[in-house]
Design a protein around this ligand. Structure first.
Ligand code: ADP
Length: 332
């Protein structure tokens, strides 16, 4: 068995506080809701958990508040075997929370309204991560997102670049990124909407297909700005990968009963990084990550729906043995 990759995630923790209600209140109004639940999330923690569920050795660096939510979110990561010894607790800022309102109408239609308060995620300071300048060399891959200060992502990407450690930026949520940061990245992964915000190019659909020309134009535009490899997730259309030499448009897994899209992008990116670090080629890594994303959308919630390696293998086995062959080859 090959050594499983060591992945460093520098990113966010968010505790979702979810209420469901028959209708949203108007300004100044109070309504009685139906239910309340909490769920641990945050793009950084979700991606770390996905990589760990696929067998990677994962270290998480981030910040929570010194509060019950912070402790719960660290516990969720520890339960998945993630090294949280570098997760910090801020004594002033509270843990980040996502206030999620779900309106479940009489017709069964669901709408959501979400307010995220970044709290401790945005309290990460440059001094907090200076230790990575040397320690980053111990990892096979670094994984970043945009829910922590941009200057922290820029510094970590610079450290990784200096030590030749591949670095992936999942450029979500949407934000403008400097060409300097893009040029330090080995991989950049926006979804189609974030890609449109970054490049000004909208990816059109022709019936059941995405317009390949638009996808190639987005990839070209990001490569022109210095990106080495571009990975675009396309929801139920799958994903595309491109660099100066290669281009793959890999369709999503068919006949998936999609019940909740939360966490799909996180699971896809966490999986892609793990698979590529295991030595799996790009085309196969995208195809397998499509299975991981498909499993995530077919279950409720973010972290509970992130699949294990066994679940992914079982679905691939059910649908397409050829992809499984690649996974087994790389794993022995
Ligand atoms: P994000 O959550 O960042 O918007 P996407 O919606 O693009 O990400 O989804 C990420 C991945 O999840 C897709 O590339 C695809 O592999 C998978 N996926 C998403 N929706 C579906 C679906 N309805 N059926 C099958 N796979 C899906």
């Amino acid at each position: 068995m090959m050594d499983m990759p060591k992945i460093l995630v520098v990113g966010s923790f968010v505790k979702d506080l979810i209420v469901s209600t028959p209708r949203f209140p108007n300004a100044g109004e109070t309504v009685l809701g139906n239910s309340f639940q909490t769920a641990s999330g945050g793009k950084g923690a979700n991606q770390a958990i996905q990589a760990a569920r696929l067998g990677a050795h994962v270290t998480m660096v981030g910040k929570v508040g010194d509060d019950v939510y912070g402790r719960e979110m660290i516990s969720s990561c520890l339960e998945c075997g993630i090294d949280c010894s570098r997760v910090m607790m801020d004594d002033k800022a509270p843990s980040s929370i996502g206030n999620v309102q779900l309106q479940i109408g009489q017709d069964g239609k669901t709408q959501n309204r979400i307010i995220v308060v970044p709290g401790a995620n945005m309290a990460i300071q440059k001094e907090d991560i200076r230790f990575l300048e040397t320690e980053i060399a111990n990892y096979d891959m670094v994984l970043l997102q945009l829910e922590i200060p941009m200057e922290i992502n820029e510094l970590v990407a610079e450290y990784a670049y200096q030590k030749n450690v591949p670095v992936m930026l999942n450029s979500a949520p949407s934000a403008q990124i400097s060409d300097c940061l893009i040029s330090k990245l080995t991989y950049i992964s926006p979804n189609e909407y974030e890609a449109a915000d970054l490049t000004g190019i909208r990816i059109h659909r022709n019936g059941q297909n995405v317009n390949e020309k638009d996808v190639k134009a987005v990839i070209h535009s990001l490569i022109e700005r210095g990106a080495q490899n571009v990975l675009i997730t396309l929801g139920s259309m799958g994903a595309a990968f491109g660099n100066k030499k290669e281009f793959y448009l890999c369709p999503a897994v068919k006949n998936v009963s999609a019940v909740d899209p939360t966490g799909a992008g996180d699971s896809f990116v966490g999986a892609f990084c793990t698979l590529v670090s295991m030595g799996i080629d790009y085309e196969r890594a995208v195809s397998i990550a499509n299975y991981v994303g498909a499993l995530t959308v077919s279950h409720m919630g973010a972290q509970p729906s992130l699949p294990s390696l066994e679940q992914v293998k079982a679905l691939i086995h059910e649908r397409d043995d050829d992809v499984l062959l690649g996974l087994q080859k790389a794993a022995v």
